[in-house]
Design a binder for this molecule. Sequence first.
Ligand SMILES: C[S@@+](CC[C@H](N)C(=O)[O-])C[C@H]1O[C@@H](n2cnc3c(N)ncnc32)[C@H](O)[C@@H]1O
Length: 183
Amino acid sequence: MKYEPSRLEILLTKVAFILYGKSVYQAFAISLPLKDSDRVLDFGCGMGTVARYTAKRLTNGHLTCLDISERWINECRKNLRGYDNVTFVQTEFPALENKSFDLVYCHFVLHDISERELNRIIPALAESLKPGGMLVFREPLKETEKISLIKSLMEQNWLFPKDCRITDIPVMGNALECIYIKQ
Ligand SMILES: C[S@@+](CC[C@H](N)C(=O)[O-])C[C@H]1O[C@@H](n2cnc3c(N)ncnc32)[C@H](O)[C@@H]1O
């Protein structure tokens, strides 16, 4: 469901980015299993907290930043000003260029999406990957029911787990990070 952030929410996210940019967002971007020539989708990019660091790694590749919110996409565009390897997309529907992405990642996004929407979004994300492509997510560990649903939707859509681990994220607490591969 579409939701636009308040000015206060945008301000607080900018402060969090200044304080925790490296330990939270850069650390996740560095851990992504990507090559510098990959085509990557940041699904639910927000203000581009992770995208800022991912774009730097894609020296010969391309990053698509997608968000449902017009305000967040505008903030993301400002945050990544100067990067010519990034496209910004505001849409509810993730299947933009079917089977074109090497990697799709979701950073603290999927747990916020309703069960009904996840049933539509996860198949579309799976469809947007090339065979052998990877989907990576990091979500709060305490969202146990959502995580179970996410995992079962992944496998129903031919995405199989390569690695899953629990990490302790500054301020945010324990999170589950998983890498899935498209068969
Ligand atoms: C908690 S924020 C995380 C933003 C960013 N990934 C980060 O970690 O800083 C969740 C983001 O997902 C976006 N979002 C929620 N539902 C969405 C959907 N159906 N399609 C695309 N983006 C969505 C929201 O607008 C918001 O920007």
